[in-house]
Design a protein around this ligand. Structure first.
Ligand code: ANZ
Ligand code: ZN
Length: 801
């Protein structure tokens, strides 16, 4: 056998599969289906990253196995192509973002194809294509119609470098997700999607799906359901009530002051009667410079200002208590006001110490002269609540008291906020709304979709967060769709996450011009059976797309309440130095280089062999070489093939065991141990010195999902058939035992034959296997068997007359 020419073989089979449409999902809806989804790439100018290869290789293996198991498999790919990096390149190079996008998509497509992924390329999606974004706008209008879209002037997260407003999800940790600059707060009127209306559904839906435990946990925390009570505190100076949200109504007797957010509207309302209003205003201006992230950090040194002119009254103790403004209370959560219980809340404790406010213990268990006690314990100094020591009981009783007093009730809050849904940039879906002086916000007629981006000369965003579209008067000036009078078109575009919020639906029926996808196609393909992607998308894309999907479900437009039945995640590939791969560190590995040097199969094997699929692992050149050696050793086996469709006695158990291991490990995403099992099988084959044709076929099949090119090539040369059209191999549990032993077959104590059987085989199986041996069967045929003896792992002896 000559040297393996991987470049020629890989090109040959990629061409063959493409021409034959081997991986096209069929429209035969009578077959069992499997829908495997990977996160479609953002086609950046840098081209593909080895991380993409690892992310796609997991479900690639599963999909290839599923096809062999008889499933109609949908394993699609597309491009999430709107977004800032493309637009920034367009500005820098002075070319249209359309051209940049097409160039990048072509590059990615070539790269993906060179790895031989079994995607259905006939269904490829590009979110920036008219036939696609028309439906993104369509779903947006449906949301608008159903009251899930609104505009609000609030404090928004603004990236001064990208010049865009960002959602909370896109500014986690106080940093811009695109350029990592610090986020600032800005008051601006922007678009929102009312995702909070789906908070409870998004939480409950997690019970129906099979997500990795940490994926589920991150979503639960992001949604952040909290239960407690709303309480209205009387203001002494007027008949205003100050409403607060608390999770600890049981500590009501320990409330010694109140804190409101510096932006709380009560300050504006009573400006004239507040004596230190200038001081409050100055403090508020200081706060505006801080991000919400900074404000929520636990800093011991609390700041704040006491409001001179407003005093609250504790509804149970009737004591007058001061009201402060402080930056640790956020306007965007609860009611923007809290009742402070310094004895049992650390932030309140630090604040009270600094400002010399009373600290009253209401729960026994700690030492409040030293620190706040946040644990459970018996209630004291608390009137009717005294003596209760179970927190749940105390909370319930406190709510009862509040309701009786008519100043409070049970309440639920979510951490998740509405989705700031806008970009002040060019390369995004135009928001299809018109502003009319007479009619207000009016949706563009459905028949007019897609609402196209106008040609512009200059993509540079305007100063002060204005979209470049605002400068195109032909675009801005329009007629009101309702009254026909002169109106102004919205110039914000949708955020990057819009197109990916429903792409899995479009794959089911990507060429449909009349609907985003036909009901028939959706009923067959949905839900996605298995979705794999990155952990970084768990609290963004995953939440957003579940929200869009649930909205469409409520309209009766999709058949399942959840889009993804199962979600797994791959670990990062780190640079050879063990650090995160990045251009600035210079430790980025280009998949093209690996394909050129070792071939696609070795790259695929390596990214799956490098460690636990779910864990991060550093790149290692020597391990790639190990995978290359493995490939060469398999290739050389072709010189050792002997006739025979059966397993040989020497290798039978090794084969059954390996098939079982590979089959099970693929399902559990334990790709590394599956490959290791095949490597050890190869050692066994070399030790045995030969491999039967039948065994060789089984080996090619096992290898196929991982290294399909070499497997297809060897199989076709040995069997003259296409491996992609064969079935997955089965194994016999009984033959998967650890080892086999040779036993002798005797007749009347005389050895007639020898066979290999699994260690520990039971009596009946041993007799059955003995009679399958030709010599032994012949020697016993026609004889009268008077006794059958079996000594486990040693011999079978038949006494005949
Ligand atoms: C009194 C109290 C006593 C509280 C105590 C805690 C401990 P979660 O669980 O996150 O919902 N809070 C309410 N609104 C706030 C806002 N806008 N900004 C900052 N803090 C706010 O937390 C709810 C608790 O966080 C509430 O319960 C309130 O403080 C505070 F021993 O009320 B608590
Ligand atoms: Zn109008």
């Amino acid at each position: 056998m000559g040297k393996y020419d991987f470049a020629a073989v890989e090109a040959k089979w990629q061409k063959y599969w493409e021409e034959k449409g081997t991986f096209r999902a069929s429209d035969d809806y009578s077959k069992p289906k499997f829908y495997g989804l990977v996160e479609f790439p953002y086609p950046s100018g840098h081209g593909m990253h080895v991380g993409h290869i690892k992310a796609y290789s997991g479900l690639e293996v599963v999909s290839r196995k599923r096809r062999m198991e008889g499933y109609n498999v949908l394993f699609p790919i597309g491009f999430d192509a709107y977004g800032l990096p493309t637009e920034n390149t367009a500005i820098k190079d002075n070319v249209h973002p359309r051209i940049v996008t097409d160039r990048n998509i072509a590059k990615f497509t070539g790269q993906l194809k060179s790895v031989g992924f079994s995607f259905d390329w006939s269904r490829v999606i590009d979110t920036t294509e008219e036939g696609y974004y028309k439906w993104t706008q369509w779903i947006f209008l449906k949301m608008f119609e159903n009251g899930l879209v609104f505009r609000d002037k609030t404090n928004v997260n603004y990236c001064p470098s990208c010049k865009v407003v960002l959602s909370n999800e896109d500014s986690q940790g106080g940093k811009c997700d695109v350029c990592h600059s610090d986020i600032i707060q800005k008051t601006k009127e922007v678009w929102y999607l009312r995702i909070t209306e789906y908070a409870d559904k998004l939480l409950k839906g997690l019970e129906e799906v099979d997500y990795l435990p940490n994926v589920r946990l991150q979503q639960e925390n992001w949604i952040g359901k909290s239960t407690g009570a709303f309480v209205n505190f009387d203001i002494k100076e007027n008949d205003e009530k100050l409403r607060i949200y608390t999770t600890r109504p049981d500590t009501l007797y320990g409330v010694t002051f109140m804190v409101i957010a510096p932006e709380h509207p009560i300050i504006q309302k009573y400006r004239d009667s507040i004596k230190n209003i200038a001081e409050l205003d100055a403090y508020k201006d200081e706060c505006a410079k801080k991000s919400e992230f900074e404000r929520t950090q636990l800093v011991k040194d609390k700041t704040g200002v006491k409001i001179d002119g407003l005093t609250a009254v504790n509804p149970v103790t009737k004591k007058e208590i001061p009201i402060y403004i402080s930056d640790y209370v956020m306007m965007g959560y609860g009611t923007g006001a809290i009742m402070a219980v310094p004895a049992h809340d650390t932030r309140d404790y630090d604040f009270a110490k600094k400002f010399g406010i009373d600290i009253i213990e209401v729960i026994k268990g700690g030492d409040i002269t030293k620190e706040a006690y946040t644990g459970e314990g018996e209630l004291v100094n608390s009137g009717e609540l005294n003596g209760i020591s179970n927190k749940k009981d105390a909370v319930a009783k406190a709510i009862e008291i509040l309701e009786k007093l008519g100043c409070g009730e049970k309440g639920v809050q979510f951490k998740m906020k509405d989705w700031a849904f806008n970009r002040q940039r060019y390369w995004g879906e135009p928001i299809p709304i018109v502003h009319c002086e007479h009619c207000g916000m009016v949706p563009v007629h459905y028949e007019e979709l897609p609402l196209r981006l106008p040609p512009v000369e200059n993509f540079e965003p305007g100063t002060d967060g204005e979209s470049p579209l605002a400068k195109i008067s032909d675009f801005v000036k329009c007629k009101c769709p309702k009254c026909g009078k002169d109106a102004r078109r919205e110039t914000d575009t949708m955020p990057q996450w819009a197109g990916s919020s429903w792409y899995f639906l479009r794959y089911c029926d990507p060429k449909n011009d009349n609907e985003f996808a036909s009901q028939e196609a959706l009923k067959y393909w949905m839900p996605v059976d298995w979705y794999n992607g990155g952990m970084e998308h768990v609290t963004r894309h995953m939440i957003y797309s579940r929200f869009w999907h649930k909205f469409l479900y409520d309209l009766g437009l999709v058949p399942t309440s959840e889009p993804y039945a199962k979600r797994t995640a791959q670990g990062l590939i780190l640079g050879p130095d063990g650090e995160k791969m990045s251009k600035s560190r210079g430790n980025v590995i280009d998949p093209n280089d690996v394909v050129a040097e070792y071939g696609a199969d070795v790259l695929r094997l390596y990214v799956l062999f490098m460690g636990d699929y779910e864990k991060a692992a550093p790149w290692s050149e020597s391990s790639i070489k190990g995978c290359k050696r493995f490939e060469d050793r398999i290739w050389a086996l072709q010189d050792m093939i002997t006739d025979g469709d059966e397993y040989s006695e020497k290798l039978r158990s090794a084969f059954h065991k390996t098939i079982k291991k590979v089959s099970e490990d693929i399902e559990a995403m334990k790709f590394n141990t599956a490959i290791a099992a095949m490597m050890s099988l190869i050692n066994d084959i070399y030790a045995a010195g030969s491999i039967t044709k039948g065994e060789f076929g089984a080996l090619c099949t096992m290898l196929y999902p991982f290294a399909p090119h070499i497997a297809e090539e060897m199989y076709s040369s040995v069997f003259g058939k296409i491996l992609s059209e064969q079935s997955w191999i089965t194994y016999d549990e009984a033959l998967c035992v650890d080892d086999s032993v040779e036993i002798v077959l005797q007749i009347n104590g005389k050895v007639r034959s020898k066979i290999m059987i699994p260690v520990g085989t039971d009596k009946d199986t041993a007799f059955e296997m003995a009679l399958k041996d030709e010599k032994f069967a012949e020697a016993t045929s026609g004889k009268n068997i008077v006794k059958q003896i079996y000594v486990q792992n040693k011999l079978v002896n038949f006494v005949v007359k």
